[in-house]
Structure formats: C-alpha cells, structure tokens
Design a protein around this ligand. Structure first.
Ligand code: NAD
Ligand code: WQD
Length: 339
C-alpha cells in the first residue's frame, strides 16, 4: 500500500488515480488545508476503485503513527506542503513548519513503521539561477529566489543526509518544472483558492469570465517575443512519472537517492500559452503587459534525458492537450470543487 501525503491536492489526486489504475492500494493522508475530499470521490469514479482517506497533518506525529499502524504501507509519495511563492515570503515560519518540520515528522514516523521508500515532490526552483536555461541533475543546487523554494532545498538535503546515515532508505527527489492541465475527463483538475498565483489557472479564469484580463509580467525579456519561457508539463505526465520513480527506487540493489527532472525539455512563452489556450478553448483571453515580477527568471527548461534513461519515462501529452484539458476542467467546473 502506498501512503500519499497531500493526495487530496492537485498533483496528488492525479497521482492517486494513476496509482489506482496501475493496481496499487492507496491511503491518502491530507489535512485538507488546500485539498478536497470531492477530488478523491471523483478519482474513485474514474478508477472504479477507492483510495482510503485519513484526515491528518504531517506535523502530527501521533496521527501519522496511528495511520501507519492501521495500513500495511510499503512506500510514501510525499506531496503535502504549502506552495504559494508570495505567501512564503510573508509567512516563513508557516512554510518551514509545514514543509520542513512536517517532513521531519513524516520521516521519523516512516522509519518507526519500517517504511524506507519515499518519493518527494521537489521543484526546479532548487537550481536557483544557474546562468544557463537548460537545467540538468548534475548541476549543483543554487539559491532559490523565495522562501518556498528554500524549504524544497532543505527537504532535499534532509532526505539526502537521512539516506547517507541509514542506507535502508530509497529516495526519489523529483524536480518538477511547471505542472499544468487536468485529467482528460475534465472531472479533476487544479482548484486554487482565491486569486490564482500561477499562469494557467489565471488564464482559464479569464477565459471563463471570472477575471477581466491577464497581466503578463514583463514584455522586455531577452526572449523571442519578450515574455518568459517555462517548461510546462501535463499533470497526467507528471503523475505517471511518480509511478515510474517508485518502481525505479524499488529496483535499487541497495538504498540510494535518485534525482530526476520531470519536464518536457521545451520552453513556451507566456504569449504562446495565451494563444494556445485561445485556440483550444475558442475563447479570447484579454491581456496587458505589466512590469516584471520579482524573482522570475527569463527562461528555463528541463534536460529530461536522465528521467528518460533511468525511469523509462517521458512526456506524452502536447501543449494542445494541456490547454484542452484545462479548458474542459475549467468550463465544466467554473467553481472548482466548490459547488
Ligand atoms: P496542492 O496545494 O494542491 O496539494 C498539497 C496538498 O497537501 C493539499 O491537499 C493540502 O491540503 C495538503 N497539505 C498541505 N499541508 C499539509 C500538512 N501539513 N499536512 C497534511 N496535508 C497537508 O499542491 P500541488 O500543486 O498538488 O503540489 C503538490 C506538491 O508538489 C507540493 O509539495 C508542491 O510544493 C510541489 N510542487 C508543486 C508545483 C506546482 O507548480 N503545482 C511545482 C513543483 C513542486
Ligand atoms: C509562469 C510564467 C510568470 C502569472 C512557480 C514556482 C515554482 C513552481 C511552479 C511550485 C512566468 C508568468 C504568471 C500571471 C504572468 N511551483 N505569469 N502572469 O513562476 O514559473 O513557477 O510555479 O513548486 O516553484 O515559482 O510559474 O505559473 O507563476 O508563472 O505573466 O498572472 O507566467 O511571469 O513567466 P513559475 P507561474
């Protein structure tokens, strides 16, 4: 059985679906601070199989011990945490508490339960600003431009040092690029509370009429059209990457740490994203170009070669799929999971 912390959230719920479809039993552990049980109900309909759900906070060691005593867990996929970049600068204690202390408690509870396989949601933000747009896993980690990014870097170090001290651990550090999209059915997707921080949910809310226009942060970057480039990855491709990583660490002869970029290896500009969304949705997305946002790099994308070689994984879905699936989710669920 796989313990999925944060499994009621965006990437977690899609990964739970892929796990169930691959035949795994799953228990989700989530405090619902940014997730929804409705997402798991919909996952159950799609998979024809139910994931167990346990309400709880990863900072609550007793609750973790209790859940791990009930279910025969063999591995954990650890999504739980806070992820809003701007908020992290205002609330560093909350971010270190949830993301770092929460991870410490989780590792202690797993060790006590004899569970040493863990897949962790890291982020391309741990590379900092390496001065080249193509990020590969041999590069040293850098200085993330925000507190959220620091917590990811700290948890990577926590996992590396824990593994170095106890070789029973098998660890996957998955560095995501820019996850977007939704399940093809349009029944599960990203449901941000309040004003979206990320580009695609914002575009989708403009298209559906919830917001007037998109503000594009900067039109004078040294890129072809002056807007930033990112490596957007379909959330279902990302979810499948987790199952591949889980299988890869299970194949390790001894314990170890595997670090893999999960990205498509190609950058798309903000203007390209707007155009592709308009094409897929048939709606117009009014925008204005405003000042740059602090902390944004002009362009970066993944070198996806290591994941391809070692995980036998690569992205399968196109930019059009990302847009069409986002639109299906957004238009069928204009208020997300809140009816
Ligand atoms: P999300 O907010 O949708 O999911 C996180 C889930 O964790 C939520 O369901 C929330 O209720 C739960 N949670 C938060 N704190 C918790 C705690 N203390 N105890 C138990 N549950 C808790 O976010 P997401 O986009 O699905 O991201 C999942 C993971 O991937 C996060 O760790 C995030 O930092 C990481 N990540 C996300 C992105 C992205 O752009 N979405 C990129 C790179 C990495
Ligand atoms: C994408 C592009 C913006 C909103 C963040 C985190 C990263 C990871 C993924 C969690 C940029 C532009 C955006 C808007 C815009 N998260 N933009 N108008 O910043 O690449 O990455 O999410 O782990 O750690 O930093 O993603 O979606 O915010 O922005 O012009 O209203 O869209 O400037 O070029 P980002 P994003």
């Amino acid at each position: 059985m796989i313990l999925v912390t944060g499994g009621a959230g965006y990437i977690g719920s899609h990964t739970v679906l892929v796990l169930l479809e691959a035949g795994y039993d799953v228990v989700v552990f989530d405090n619902l601070s940014n997730g929804s049980e409705e997402a798991l109900t919909r996952v159950e309909h799609l998979a024809g199989k139910k994931a167990h759900f346990e309400h709880g906070d990863i900072r609550d060691r007793e609750r973790l011990d209790e859940v791990l005593s009930i279910y025969p867990v063999t591995a954990a996929i650890h999504f739980a945490g806070l992820k809003a970049v701007g908020e992290s600068m205002k609330k560093p204690l909350e971010y270190f508490d949830n993301n770092v202390s929460g991870s410490v408690h989780l590792l202690q509870a797993l060790r006590q339960a004899g569970v040493f396989n863990i897949v962790f949601s890291s982020s391309a933000t741990v590379y900092g600003d390496p001065g080249t747009p193509v990020f590969n896993e041999n590069m040293p980690t850098g200085t993330p431009s925000n507190t959220y990014g620091y917590t990811k870097l700290v948890v990577e170090e926590l996992l590396k040092k824990t593994q170095a001290a106890d070789p029973r651990w098998r660890v996957a550090l998955l560095r995501y690029f820019n996850p977007v999209g939704a399940h093809h059915s349009g029944t599960i997707g990203e449901d941000p509370a309040g004003i979206p921080n990320n580009l695609l949910p914002f575009i989708a809310q403009v298209a559906v009429g919830k917001r007037d226009q998109l503000s594009i942060f900067g039109g004078d970057y040294p890129t072809e059209d002056g807007t930033c480039l990112r490596d957007y990855i379909h959330v279902m491709d990302l979810a499948e990457g987790h199952v591949s990583a889980l299988k890869a660490i299970e194949r390790f002869d001894h314990g170890g740490v595997g670090i893999w970029n999960l990205g498509g290896g190609k950058g798309h500009s903000v203007l390209e994203m707007v155009e592709a969304f308009e094409q897929a949705s048939g709606r117009s997305v009014p925008y204005k170009i405003v000042a740059r946002r602090e902390g944004d790099l002009a362009q970066f994308w993944a070198d996806p070669g290591k994941a391809k070689r070692e995980l036998d994984w690569e992205v399968k879905r196109s930019l059009h799929d990302m847009m069409a699936d986002t639109w299906r989710w957004q238009s069928q669920n204009p208020n997300g999971y809140r009816e």
